[in-house]
Design a protein around this ligand. Structure first.
Ligand code: PLP
Length: 395
């Protein structure tokens, strides 16, 4: 019997919600009945549970991950005149967070194997004004905690993690969120732990930072109608917190499923490695939580011996023509975004980040993606590689 190929979405969130729908319904009803919709009991409960899961003492819920970065840095005392090092290869929200804290962003290039912040480049970017480094645990893999701490100790820098893609990731015995002074997470629906809307949190070991954050997210008022900080309104809703509390106990299981899928992709991709199609490297073993599964179709190698017969854009088109949705994370690096032209960066400043933007493609990845689907995706890729110019798309 011929197998029927089905459409495969990039992400399917309904799969994770269906089995726990009654619990979610109940949690929402409880909040409605209790009536504490803003900064209610559900928020306090979730903050504690999530901080504990990260191995930290405090969690402060905010409106989204971007606010978690902006307010988190502010709560750490970072602001005007302070230089903050961050990777050029990240989602723009990292940069927006640093800018909104009032600090001066200093972008650095990334490692070509892992796509993570290049710590050697970071060291070269340190000046007497550098106060903090924001490692981004991109795609679900942590930047090396030991190397980060060495760097931070040497130059007396604050480590503020952008862990928006790395809920419960581990490396070298550390959990994401517990390496530095504080860390930001996002609960955007498609993140490893997602709300039914926007949400974010800052976790920290420092009670003074936590207290400052509670003030900053709530109009800068440590107590009602008494404003000591230049704050804002950025709170995690009770309703979202209640939903997140229902989902949190499943997170480890969902992450394990992501790892299972990634390992299956890796195994099926092996025979294609010599054709210039390779995964972004996992250097953290079972601690990688695979928010995204990203592969690279090499078009440029110094020796020219590892060129993929099909480039990234064509691969994307061929997969999409077969109903397989893919993503690109990200197609244009931060320093080349029109919005940040005034930072003064130019094409060529971060060659690795720029090259990756041309060559990477993210394959479908979500808990519940079946073995058959992974085989179908890889079969379609193999076919595309074998017939690189057969582009009669019957769409
Ligand atoms: C999603 C994300 C953010 C921002 O989170 P929001 O909740 O969308 O504001 C920040 N950094 C990274 C790396 C992200 O992936």
């Amino acid at each position: 019997m011929q197998s029927v190929s089905t459409a495969i979405p990039f992400v399917d969130l309904t799969l994770q919600h269906q089995p726990i729908q009654p619990h979610i319904d109940q949690a929402i009803r409880t909040v409605i009945e209790r009536g504490d919709y803003v900064l209610g009991q559900a928020v306090v409960e979730f903050e504690q549970a999530f901080a504990k899961a990260c191995g930290t003492a405090f969690g402060v819920g905010v409106a989204c991950g971007t606010d978690a970065i902006a307010l988190g840095l502010q709560a750490c005392g970072i602001g005007s005149g302070d230089e903050v090092i961050l990777p050029a290869n990240t989602f723009v929200a990292t940069l927006i967070g640093v800018l909104r804290a009032g600090a001066t962003p200093v972008l650095v290039d990334c490692d070509p194997k892992t796509a993570l912040l290049d710590l050697g480049a970071a060291e070269k970017a340190v000046t007497p004004r550098t106060r903090a480094i924001v490692p981004v645990h991109l795609y679900g893999q942590m930047v090396s905690p030991t190397l980060l701490r060495d760097l931070a100790n040497t130059y007396d820098l604050i480590i503020f993690e952008d862990a928006a893609q790395a809920h419960l990731a581990q490396r070298e015995g550390f959990r994401a969120g517990s390496i530095g002074v504080a860390a930001a997470f996002s609960f955007y629906p498609s993140k490893n732990l997602g709300a039914l809307g926007d949400g974010g949190i800052v976790v920290t070991q420092d009670d003074a930072i936590a207290a400052k954050l509670r003030s900053l997210r709530n109009y800068g008022a440590p107590r009602k109608y008494f404003h000591v900080d230049y704050g804002t309104n950025s709170r995690l809703d009770s309703m979202q917190a209640a939903v997140l509390s229902v989902k949190l106990p499943y997170l480890e299981e969902w992450n394990r499923d992501r790892l299972r899928i990634a390992e299956q992709y890796n195994a099926l991709l092996k025979p294609l490695n010599s054709k210039g199609l390779l995964p972004i490297q996992n250097q953290s073993g079972k601690g990688h939580v695979y928010h995204l599964y990203v592969i690279r179709a090499f078009q440029n190698t110094p020796t020219g011996d590892l060129i993929c017969p099909i480039d990234r854009d064509l691969l994307h088109d061929r997969l999409n023509a077969q109903g397989i949705q893919t993503g690109i994370h990200y197609p244009l690096p931060c320093h080349l975004q029109p919005a940040f032209k005034n930072l003064g960066y130019r094409a060529g400043d971060f060659p690795i980040a720029e090259l990756l933007c041309q060559e990477i493609i993210s394959l479908p990845m979500y808990p519940g993606l079946t073995e058959e689907h992974v085989i179908q995706v890889m079969g379609t890729i193999e076919e595309a590689l074998a017939t690189p110019s057969a582009i009669q798309l019957s769409a």
